[in-house]
Design a protein around this ligand. Structure first.
Ligand code: DHB
Ligand code: MG
Length: 221
């Protein structure tokens, strides 16, 4: 089993199930043009996020890590008329690319991008005492996953769904001697969530065009 086979299967299913999407293709191209790292979610996972938002009936979404706004647009387009998404991005360049993409997608009224370190943006947001979020997607620097989980829980309510991306990393997550800061960040996040009361979690491993990884699904009880 190899990346080429996983990619071929992704292509097979995407051709069958995912309609051509000019907006998302534009987002992908904008990321290439701006030379952003190719680490956005796959088309299939983007569709999965869109469907999760729809199934859950989420009206308020929080995203940590915007990049070029691919996952942001997938989720925001599933929101109802009065829905809102706040997305947080550290890099000014990425924020600029994303804002242009939100406009192009006609979603600029539903999406608010807060540029800066997400730890600060989250603390500011908590201080605003907003309505709780229904759905959270954590997909930023892996070193801070535990912090992002902890702060997201302060912005949650019973039933809030939290999805954390990239928690398997080619299986390296089980190497407790790993020197990789991303792997160590994932392990710290796992330690945090496993000890947290009032939440229920599971991890699903994934393979596909982005390799071997997985996501953590958490629901607040
Ligand atoms: C990386 C980050 C991601 O969010 C992802 O989905 C894949 C890779 C990374 O930083 O390497
Ligand atoms: Mg990711």
């Amino acid at each position: 089993m190899s990346l080429s086979q996983w990619t071929a299967v992704d292509n097979y299913y995407n051709n069958l199930l995912l309609p051509e999407d000019e907006i998302l293709e534009h987002v992908r191209q904008s990321a290439i043009d701006a030379e952003l790292p190719p680490i956005a979610v796959s088309d299939a996972f983007g569709k999965y996020l869109e469907m999760m938002v729809k199934i859950s009936g989420a009206k308020r979404i929080l995203e940590i890590g915007t990049l070029a706004g691919f996952s942001t647009i997938c989720m925001a387009r599933a929101l109802p008329e009065d829905g809102k998404l706040i997305t947080m991005e550290y890099e000014q360049k990425n924020a600029g690319v994303s804002r242009a993409n939100f406009k192009q997608a006609g979603l600029e009224d539903k999406i608010e991008l807060r540029q800066g370190a997400a730890l600060e943006s989250l603390k500011d947001l908590i201080a605003e005492n907003p309505e709780p979020f229904d759905f959270v997607f954590i997909d930023a620097d892996k070193e801070n996953i535990a912090n992002y989980l902890e702060l997201s829980l302060k912005l949650s309510r019973k039933g809030t769904i939290i999805i954390t991306d990239n928690v398997v990393r080619d299986g390296e997550v089980i190497d407790m001697n790993s020197e990789d800061e991303m792997v160590k960040g994932v392990q710290k996040g796992n330690e945090f969530i496993s000890k947290q009361s009032g939440v229920s979690s599971t991890t699903i491993q994934t393979v596909g065009e982005k390799g071997y990884d997985g996501f953590l699904l958490t629901v607040v009880e």
